[in-house]
Design a protein around this ligand. Sequence first.
Ligand code: GRG
Length: 295
Amino acid sequence: MTDFSTWMLTCQTHMENVLADSLPAAGIAPSRLHDAMRYAVLGGGKRVRPLLAFAAGEATGADRSRVQYAAAAVELIHAYSLIHDDMPAMDDDALRRGKPTVHVEFDEATALLTGDALQSLAFEMLSTEPLADDAASQLAMVQLLAQAAGSRGMAGGQAIDLDSVNTALDLPELEFMHIHKTGALIRASVLLGARCGTLADQDAVALDHYAKCIGLAFQVVDDVLDAEASTATLGKTAGKDAAQNKPTYVSLLGVTRARELAQELCTDAHAALEPLGPRADRLRQLADFVVERSF
Ligand code: GRG
């Protein structure tokens, strides 16, 4: 088995190439919009969601030529969410992935349209590329991503987040918000990657539980890094949660307990994968990566 860093780099490079080929070429009219789409998506980000899709695909024997489009579709939705989240009406941030945010580099109207167009491209890709053996299975994949991105998923979580500024959420309320805002797309990454292969019902349950644990762990670590890491390391403005008086795992639990919680969630994620045996090893490595990451 290739070591994890090599595997990760190979997947990230592959993802970059698929995304670069799938996005409208720079300079093609309307060129400002297409330039902004490429600016937002290419050359940055950890690609955690595509990595999860590739790893889940490996666990179900999926062909990478299928998984690459499921992975890319999720990454396009993620990129759109970051663009809109950074806009003045939401988080109002000027730095993302170490460069100016889309509305700063271009303008607000272009940023809105860029997010819209990336979301559409994601669904075009998921419904066009051959990802499943039959049309009904592929339709179910489209529905899965639509639900994950929509008001009962990521967009709903974002709405709760916006409402929560200056309020005192308790732990279950915070968890509910993050299961939607961050967790829904992470769950979709795992399940879509897995569905590109042969997914037994009991494995779907196990992967669903794994994804829930990883989604929450990802967010707990995100909160810790926001409190502890530098803007230069993160490539986005650090310390924003406290500055905006947002409820976070760090504000509720403190850094030490938040780190412990992330580790507990990682242990739960490993336990969830037990029935899958060695074919889930990449997912295990990714669970560790999510919790141990420093950016
Ligand atoms: C605008 C509908 C809508 C939703 C926005 C994803 C999101 C919801 C907001 C982003 C704000 C944020 C800091 C969320 C917490 C976790 C998160 C998604 C962090 C960014 O994801 P990474 O670390 O980013 O995977 P990279 O740049 O590596 O892809």
